[in-house]
Design a protein around this ligand. Structure first.
Ligand code: MLT
Length: 256
């Protein structure tokens, strides 16, 4: 059995803990704009999930959203934080739902960004398996060439594209493949939504083609009292494509 590990992280600011969980196949660096923008209000900590960034994992196996959530809880233990505001984008949102199921007493509030609560369809699961096999065989470059065009708004900022590309090719192929299989096996979180009783902010890029805004709005409406903010001029990487809008929405939410 793979045991939980405390993760590497980057920290800025002071005050109550706000913990950021990145998407696939990225790392803590995607949160740089929010670390800078929210440091006055919170101790902002962006983790590297196992195998990503500085959280090295020489033997990636048995990855699951539950294991990632347990890693986040172990990291909070190390930080001496009983509770945190949690923010996750896309796969980071899937981890956030697992954290809610497994460690809800440790959550003060949730910010969900460009994510969804549904499990993969059967076709989607097969797609994950194909992608994992092709990454193990051919590495991440070719896979990312296919994924990257779907991650951004219709007129992407080349600097953001390049920053994301650098993160996307960084993880070892075995880690990216293990992530994909973990996402394939994640449970549906829809049934959990009506029971979420902490404050929730949900931000979704207006031009997110991977996870369309209208569906996200419907999902967010199943969470009692959730605040939904559509982020203009942004696709799936909304926190990087329109960092001011996401940071402002989070600041308003966290200081309300
Ligand atoms: C992500 O951005 O984390 C991924 O698009 C999530 C997924 O593939 O379901």
């Amino acid at each position: 059995m793979t045991t939980p590990m405390a993760l590497a992280y980057e920290e800025r600011g002071s005050g109550p803990l706000l913990l950021f969980i990145h998407g696939f196949p990225l790392d803590r660096r995607m949160w740089i704009p929010q670390l800078a923008g929210l440091a006055k209000h919170r101790t902002c900590v962006a983790v590297d999930l196992r195998g990503h960034g500085l959280s090295e994992d020489p033997d990636p196996r048995d990855y699951s959203m539950d294991l990632f959530a347990d890693d986040v809880a172990a990291t909070m233990d190390e930080l001496g934080a009983e509770q945190a505001d949690i923010c996750g984008l896309s796969m980071g949102g899937y981890v956030t739902f697992a954290l809610w199921r497994r460690h809800r007493a440790r959550i003060r509030s949730l910010t969900l960004i460009d994510t969804k609560a549904e499990a993969d369809s059967e076709e989607g699961k097969k797609g994950r398996e194909g992608a994992a096999a092709s990454i193990l065989e051919g590495g991440l470059e070719a896979f990312n060439d296919g994924l990257a065009p779907k991650m951004f708004r219709s007129s992407p900022d080349p600097a953001v594209q390049e920053a994301v590309r650098r993160m996307m090719v960084a993880p070892p192929p075995a880690v990216a493949a293990a992530d994909l299989l973990a996402m394939r096996d994640r449970p549906d979180s829809i049934a959990d939504l009506p029971g979420i009783d902490v404050p929730v902010l949900w931000c979704q890029g207006a031009e997110d083609i991977l996870m369309p805004t209208a569906a996200a709005r419907e999902t967010a409406a199943k969470i009692p009292g959730a605040r939904f903010v559509e982020i203009e001029n942004a696709g799936h990487m909304s926190n990087m494509e329109n960092p001011e809008a996401v940071t402002t929405a989070m600041k308003d939410f966290l200081t309300a």
